[in-house]
Design a protein around this ligand. Structure first.
Ligand code: ADP
Ligand code: MG
Length: 140
């Protein structure tokens, strides 16, 4: 196993409920270190760019409206197999299907407002990290 980094976003449903610290605690309890973090408000256009892979999906407009509806916390998580580890810690996309103890089971509200985003491959982690952070923003 190798130490990796992955891109995480705490989504607007979670910032609205003031639970970013609770979510960060789950990362840290599971061995993921927050090595960069910033709270920002995405524009609709930035949300569309970030989720461009989903441009053809039926929920794209709704998703990008939601992601630009309030502040988000963008962050880089570091740890052993961090990409896969974070996907496990997040839980399934639909909180109704997420395993007990996962962030989405604990805090997700529905299939859209599911509290967190996490990169799904090391390649996408690199692309998504560069979308928000310069190398000098990250201190491991
Ligand atoms: P994940 O975030 O688990 O990687 P996807 O990449 O499939 O899931 O989808 C990206 C995001 O789009 C989801 O996290 C969720 O916010 C939203 N989404 C996914 N499926 C739906 C759906 N059926 N209806 C509404 N929003 C959805
Ligand atoms: Mg995805």
């Amino acid at each position: 196993m190798a130490v990796e980094r992955t891109l995480s976003i705490i989504k607007p449903d979670a910032t609205a409920r003031n639970i970013t610290g609770k979510i960060n605690a789950v990362f840290e309890e599971n061995g993921l270190r927050i090595v960069a973090q910033r709270r920002i408000r995405l524009t609709k256009q930035q949300a569309e760019q970030f989720y461009a892979v989903h441009a053809e999906r039926s929920f794209f407009d709704e998703l990008t409206d939601y992601m630009s509806s309030g502040p988000v916390v963008v962050q880089v998580l570091e740890g052993e197999s961090a990409v896969l580890k974070n996907r496990e810690v997040m839980g399934a996309t639909n909180p109704a299907n997420a395993e007990e103890g996962t962030i989405r089971a604990l805090y997700g509200q529905n299939v859209q407002e599911n509290s967190v985003h996490g990169s799904d491959s090391p390649e996408n982690a690199a692309i998504e990290t560069a979308f928000f952070f310069a190398a000098t923003d990250i201190a491991g």
